[in-house]
Design a protein around this ligand. Sequence first.
Ligand code: PMP
Length: 414
Amino acid sequence: MVWHPYSAVNADLCIFPVKSAQGVVIKLMDGRELIDGMSSWWSAIHGYNHPVMNQAIIRQLESMAHIMFGGLTHQPAVELAAKLVEITPNSLATVFFSDSGSVAVEVAMKMAIQYWHSKQQPNKQKMLTIRHGYHGDTFGAMSVSDPVNGMHSLFASSLAQQIFVDAPSCKFHQTCTANDSQPLIEQLEKNHQQIAAVILEPIVQGAGGMRFYSPDYLKHVRELCDQFKVLLILDEIATGFGRTGKLFACEYAKTEPDILCLGKALTGGYLTLAATMTTTEIAQSISHHDPGVFMHGPTFMANPLACTAGLASLDILLNSSWQEKIVQIEKALKIGLKPCLDFPQVKDVRVLGAIGVVELQSPVNLKTIQPKFVDEGVWLRPFNKLIYLMPPFIITDDELHDLINAVIKIISRI
Ligand code: PMP
């Protein structure tokens, strides 16, 4: 029996067997074809079965699928690390590869704690974060995800107790008020000697509620972190690689983190790979103080096939006119989803870059709504009150139009 994400093992789930996927089309075993509105959870930005990606991976496969990274190195990892250093904010100079987004977050938290250990401040072990965040399903990542929808009650006595403050209420285009950062300031004043880092998803809070907040807030968080000598970890696992309209969402705030987490679209959705990046100062400090090494090293660290996929994906992205394409998708989503606001069952519609969100008044019944989307020839996977679209960047105007129309039709019948 196969267990699916967030599912009961014996439930009468509606699961659709997939035969193949090509471009933005998912082909089911029963012959139906679906326009993909999910990019396989933010990852498949170039669509599926991309000939350039395929070729790069086949070439790498013929020389080596995997080799341990302890004591050995290889060109795909070295080149991908160099590329990531080139395209991310200037202060980030070192790359630690791992297997998934959640692990990249664990690594980031360990890095922050080990940094303060190296600075003779071993009491700085706590994380400070905002509500409605989501950083993954492993224990460290869960501990900084929203306490209400982040499974805290279930695992309460096993989870590290972190510090939470209210998320800012200022929306993307608004300026922040003192009220937005006051809770953060209070916690920093009170607990900065225990706080290793502030951890946030920049601009877009994803699985914790698909909320978009003002770059102003992020700028202010950076200033406060500097003032109170606390590190800033930005989790760009969902937002990275163009999705929000900037290559990295922190660029909206012209803000540089001390530690950055990347994943998902890093390999164009081909293979699982994540990266935790940091500054020379942090990396050197950890490396030159007891125990003199960073205490992490996954078996499949820097898997050569995954690093090759990362290089190929970045090549495709950076040599495309992705900014224009995201502007085009954003415009189509804004115009197309606007009529949803006329339905009483809709609470809010918001769009940023290639992310479109329709927030309903009440949670959807996934079991009944999922087959309806499939019947309309689209693949969307709502959660809770949110029906959201984040298509591959290669989606055509017509396909996007069909995707949006399916959303409107289904919502009108809820
Ligand atoms: N951080 C963010 C912002 C995410 O959206 C996710 C995944 N949805 C993760 C971390 C965890 O990544 P993974 O599922 O690859 O472990």
